[in-house]
Ligand binder design. Structure first.
Ligand code: FES
Length: 147
């Protein structure tokens, strides 16, 4: 091996080490974005509290690590059965409210409007409200949350 080849190897090794350390520092700095989020079904309320028609807001909480997380969802008696909708507006993430008189979800931030099943009917939201997994088992209603 001559001197030129030796220097090339040294430079390639140094670049490989630099790239590897950069990658490891990215993983260290942004672990949440790299870690795949999972879905967890949590008991939100009992089956007897399901709405007979229309929309019902349900506030519930669940344990995450050693913390209690309070959250909410909207349960809708839709054509295909019960669905659970996230209250998070697809525009910039404000929480929508159900307006019973208008029969719409309204976003207080920029006037986004959604129909009863979460489809956009007005304003800037680019996508419908997110449907959350919903399961009914043994008299209990479970809603899927990202953990
Ligand atoms: S955040 Fe809902 S319309 Fe902008």
């Amino acid at each position: 091996m001559n001197r030129r080849d030796f220097l090339k190897r040294i430079i390639k090794s140094a670049l490989a080490l630099l790239g590897l350390s950069f990658l490891l520092s990215l993983i260290y700095i942004y672990p949440a974005k790299i870690k795949k989020k999972g879905m967890k079904l949590v008991h939100a309320f009992d089956e007897e509290e399901l709405p007979r028609r229309g929309v019902k807001r349900v506030d519930f909480s669940y344990e995450y690590g050693n913390r209690t997380i309070n959250t909410l969802a909207f349960i809708v008696m839709a054509k295909e059965g019960f669905i659970a909708l996230s209250p998070v507006c697809s525009h910039l993430g404000c929480l929508v409210n159900w307006d019973r008189n208008k029969g719409e979800f309204l976003c207080p931030c920029h006037g986004g409007r959604y129909d009863m099943e979460g489809r956009v009917i007005g304003g800037p939201p680019p996508a419908p409200l997110t449907r959350l997994p919903l399961e009914i088992k043994e008299g209990k209603v479970f809603i899927g949350i990202k953990v």
